[in-house]
Write a protein that binds this ligand. Sequence first.
Ligand code: HEC
Ligand code: HEC
Length: 226
Amino acid sequence: MRHLAVATIGAVFLIAASGAALAAGGDVFEAKGCGECHYTQGPAREKTIDDQLAKKGPELWYAGSKFQKKWLTDWLADPKPIRPMKFNDLMVENPADHPKLSGGDVAAVAGFLMGLTSDAVKAGKVKPKKNPKGRQIFIKKMPCSGCHQYAGRKGKIAGGRSGPSLVDAGLRLNPDWILAYLQQPKVFKPVKMMPVFVGLLSDKDMLNVARYVANFKPKKSKKKRK
Ligand code: HEC
Ligand code: HEC
């Protein structure tokens, strides 16, 4: 009985402590001005093209479902362009001037962002895999590669520049999020910036192309994982 009480108090304390860590990351997020360009509370707020164009940065309310924690942590400390072009712009190059975090702020904010998740993403659906069907969809059958960069033959960067780069997307994106995004784009991006493939691609082909994209990794890290 006494053990149970101690264990219960311990558990309550742990829950409270992890809540506090989240709040601290959220405080850093606001104190550093991140909230001026990113919103962190879902559901999606954009209703019109004007809403989309008014955004200064991508929405982060489902960051914990979209990103991989290791990538996010590294990127916050040393951000590199994801979109070849400036956000919401198709003429100007990405200025590569994203604010950086340092010291303890990196882990605190990464922890806060990883806690922001969406129920629309179901875990364990997509196993990254070399996938000839997915490749065919990405490169030939559908215009994915016309808008997204990826590592082509011998690692040479190929593909279009209007969408976010998918080079090494397998290190950045949660495989299950890629599928959820293809299946339910409106949950994440209610204002259409990418063609909707619902009805064009079968569920099976969405899974194939999600697996294919989730397997975009540098050659070295692919070997390591095997
Ligand atoms: C002046 C506006 C601005 C501020 C301030 C800002 N960001 Fe961003 N953020 C952006 C833009 C624009 C992008 C897209 C960058 C790219 O594609 O390379 C971005 C991308 C991101 C991404 C990747 C999102 C995605 O979907 O690709 C994360 C995570 C992020 N920012 C976190 C932060 C954090 C944490 C802070 C505070 C330290 C912050 N941002 C401050 C504008 C901003
Ligand atoms: C006409 C250009 C276009 C085509 C074709 C296209 N995309 Fe996109 N894609 C975009 C744009 C633009 C975004 C960013 C959407 C936003 O942030 O509002 C995007 C976002 C994405 C993302 C999320 C990337 C991130 O970091 O946020 C993935 C994954 C993706 N597309 C995969 C695909 C796949 C797979 C196909 C083919 C079945 C495809 N795209 C076809 C333009 C395109």
